[in-house]
Design a protein around this ligand. Structure first.
Ligand code: 5AD
Ligand code: SF4
Length: 480
């Protein structure tokens, strides 16, 4: 590939007019990718890059990709096809664009991306994006691939975002506390793309949490591929669990709410379940993927638990926090899944009553054991099962939301509503809530009486005075 300029502007023009370069980061997939995308923007900010929301006016385009299912990975190649045309047109007009593929497709496919999409300048894995400035400098001369798992911790090299940046991202923030996975479910690419489980130390997490909170963040969602397997170095030098970490984070001034995702049933330990009972800041919401209700399929998936063990974990968590809302992930059409196996999944859904859920058709992923299984389920069977499951999950969610009418919830105000005079936020159970009142501030926690349900939101009216960061709220006091 010929050498090219990273920016469209002549060097001296940039110096004399202080022209900023623009970066567009498009993120696919999970919350971890959304978090990484923000951190990439933070790494590029000191290099003079400002963020833009469209590829068309960006000098640098970063696709932060997801490899979890085939559809997600293929989306990247079709986007790269469009970007190639754009880059060619710009070059014909004397300009240029730099294209970066980051995230899990980058990690899994590496140089294959350059073969399939030669317009790409840089392929960078999830553990290496803190080096974006130097990698971009190298990529000026020839395409670069960096998918090593470095010894150093990328978090030590990531610059802190400015207060303005933190606030522009909202009062609810993701905070990565753990990365990678050692579970090796037979369908999943994560242990290969994100590597072995590592936990950040409590001191480093607290440092980031305090910085975010002092800029106005009021809610953290602690994220990790296997977040409840957290076992980081504590402030006393001993290993702390997620439950212990959350008790400390709840003491950070300004922080009113804590959430965490995604969890594995095997790691729901007593301390974590007790935190749901004892820690008012920990929201009554648990995303705990079960994947299937059939013990045969759970074994073939290498989930290392049975459906009854899952039921018991839910019972114990509900005993600790009776109003807890449950969410899960499901895969239909895993190799060997029979009608009877699928019925076991449907039974579990009806028994537990999920407030929300994600469900997917099994997608064979290269390099995973399940992709090699000879008992693959036909596509039409997968589609029919997914439709039936989604209908049941929709009913379950609608029932949960309908039960909210007439109740009063604490709502963390996150933004203005769609209509003038309306504000929008989330209930403790992660439901989107809109209410008519523009006297309250973003970041306040207000009591809202729910009057009706809409397609994607609950609607209500404010009752009582807002609780600001200075007057810490008693979260959960109004819970169902
Ligand atoms: N096919 C379909 N769904 C998958 N998931 C992970 N791997 C696959 C796959 N190969 C789903 C699981 C997981 C969620 C993040 O994505 O349900 O919990
Ligand atoms: Fe993938 Fe989650 Fe299983 Fe780990 S626990 S292998 S991330 S599905």
């Amino acid at each position: 590939m010929a050498g090219y300029q990273v920016i469209n502007y002549p060097r001296n023009a940039q110096q004399s007019w202080n022209v900023k370069k623009k970066v567009y980061v498009k993120s696919y997939g999970c919350q971890m990718n959304a978090y990484d995308a923000e951190r990439m923007a933070d790494v590029l900010a000191p290099e003079g890059f400002i963020e833009t929301q469209s590829a068309e006016d960006a000098d640098l385009i970063v696709l932060n990709t997801c490899h979890i299912r085939e559809k997600a990975a293929e989306k990247v190649y079709s986007e790269l096809g469009r970007l190639r045309v754009m880059k060619d047109e710009r070059r014909a007009a004397g300009g240029d664009a730099t294209i970066v593929v980051a995230g899990c497709v980058a990690q899994a496919e590496g140089t294959e991306i350059l073969r399939r999409a030669p317009a790409v300048d840089l392929v960078v894995g999830p553990q290496n994006y803190h080096n974006l400035p130097s990698l971009l400098a190298k990529a000026k001369h020839a395409p670069v691939v960096d998918t090593e798992f470095p010894i150093e911790d990328k978090f030590d090299h990531l610059p802190a975002p400015s207060r303005e940046k933190i606030l522009s991202r909202g009062v609810s923030a993701f905070l990565t506390i753990q990365e990678g996975c050692d579970k090796f479910c037979t369908f999943c690419v994560v242990p290969y793309t994100r590597g072995a489980e590592i936990s950040r130390s409590v001191a480093k997490i607290l440092g980031e949490a305090e910085r975010l909170a002092s800029a106005g963040v009021r809610e953290f969602t602690l994220i990790g591929q296997n977040v409840n397997a957290y076992h980081g170095e504590g402030l006393d030098g001993k290993t702390w669990s997620l439950g212990r970490l959350m008790h400390r984070l709840a003491e950070v001034p300004g922080i009113a709410r804590l959430r965490y995702m995604t969890s594995h049933p095997r790691d729901m330990d007593d301390e974590l379940i007790a935190a749901h009972r004892d820690l008012p800041a920990l929201m009554p919401y648990l995303h705990l993927p079960v994947q299937s209700g059939s013990d045969t399929i759970l074994a073939a998936m290498n989930r290392k638990h049975t459906s009854d063990e899952y039921r018991r974990i839910i019972e114990r968590t509900r005993a600790a926090r009776p109003d807890i809302a449950l969410s899960s992930d499901f895969i239909v059409g895993f190799p060997g899944e029979t009608d009877a196996d699928f019925e076991d999944t449907m039974r579990l859904v009806h028994e537990i009553g999920f407030a929300s859920a994600y469900s997917f058709k099994y997608s064979p992923r290269p390099g995973t054991p399940a992709a090699e299984m000879t008992t693959q389920v036909p596509e039409d069977v997968k589609s029919a099962r997914l439709a039936a499951l989604q209908e049941a999950l929709d009913d379950s969610r609608n029932n949960f939301n309908r039960a909210a009418v007439g109740q009063t919830f604490d709502v963390l105000v996150e933004r203005k509503g769609r209509v003038d005079g309306q504000m929008a936020g989330r209930s403790p159970y992660l439901q989107a809530v809109q209410f008519d009142d523009d006297t309250v501030a973003i970041g306040d926690i207000v009591s809202v009486e729910i009057t009706r349900t809409g397609t994607n939101s609950l609607f209500g009216k404010r009752v009582g005075e807002p609780m600001t960061a200075e007057k810490p709220p008693s979260i959960g006091a109004n819970a169902a």
